[in-house]
Design a protein around this ligand. Structure first.
Ligand code: MN
Length: 289
């Protein structure tokens, strides 16, 4: 056992569309890190021009989806009419609010490796029933952190801030580390690290792909790698609300989710339509029905 105050929690395996994922959040005993409530490390896997993530139209509520790739390309389509190819180093941010639906597709032009992470961010009570939205940030800010670079795709870190707007203070950043790096952290935030590639030494622990490393409250983070390492740092103030999450819905109660599920199954206007050739994904039966 490492002598460390970093809480290392193994991810669990799941399938999403055509991909195997390592789900770092949520976990039993660790549902959220700040407002972050879901983290799927997708791939690496090989895709073709015609077959990629292949996740057909499905609904969301009460959350932002944050998509970040370290390899390959994917195409996002949603019920707002957005159609956006994402490549490594770019952010796709979809706000679900009261309801939205989307699909993740092959691009029709890219074949090769695909790897990335999809995160969900719970919306606070004040905005979770608001309008849906989509934003793409082609060139989020990068900041030197020593022998490495942080790309701040959401919130702020080390003096730089993402132009993408969310309602609460937080951080979402990729750390690309080739040696020793350090950065200031907010002591009042919860923070965790998901390594996508390589190995990151943090406070006596070695984090590798397939785990969530939850940090203690600290003012400064020092990390070290012996090989090129890419990791995602997430953080934010404790949520202060109890979520009820089921399937693709973030809500506050079982009754809310029952109504969301019925809207999706009925195909009413709540979740709109996605112009996708992929098959729409039916909601499973809830365990309480
Ligand atoms: Mn989705």
């Amino acid at each position: 056992m490492d002598d460390t105050d970093v809480e290392i929690r193994p991810s669990h395996h799941a399938s999403v569309g055509a991909f195997d994922v390592r789900r770092a959040l949520p976990q039993r005993g660790r549902r959220t890190v700040g407002p972050w409530c879901f983290a799927d490390h997708m791939g690496p896997a090989d895709v073709t021009e015609e077959h990629g993530l292949d996740i057909g139209p499905h609904p969301h509520t009460g959350l932002h989806t944050v998509t970040w790739l370290i390899d390959g390309e994917a195409l996002h389509r949603d019920s707002l009419g957005s159609e956006q190819v994402i490549t490594p180093g770019q952010l796709n941010l979809m706000t679900a609010g009261h309801g939205v639906s989307h699909a993740e597709e092959a691009t029709g032009r890219y074949s090769g490796r695909l790897e990335g992470i999809q995160l969900w961010l719970a919306q606070p009570e004040a905005t979770r029933n608001g309008d849906a939205a989509f934003a793409h940030v082609a060139d989020p800010p990068r900041v030197d952190i020593g022998e490495g670079v942080a790309t701040v795709f959401l919130g702020s870190l080390a003096g730089v801030a993402s132009p993408a707007r969310v309602e609460v203070d937080l951080v979402g950043a990729e750390l690309d580390v080739r040696g020793a790096a350090r950065m200031a952290l907010r002591h009042d935030f919860e923070h965790a690290i998901v390594v996508l590639e390589g190995a990151l030494e943090v406070r006596g622990a070695t984090l590798t792909p397939g785990s969530l490393g939850v940090l203690p409250s600290i003012d400064e983070l020092e990390v070290r790698s012996r090989e090129r390492t890419r990791a995602i740092l997430i953080g934010g103030a404790p949520l202060g609300e109890t979520l009820f999450m089921w399937w693709n819905f973030v809500a506050r109660s079982r009754d809310e989710v029952t109504a969301m599920r019925e809207s999706w199954q009925r195909g009413d206007d709540r979740f709109g339509r996605v112009a996708s050739a992929l098959a729409r994904i039916d909601a499973p039966a809830p365990y309480w029905s």
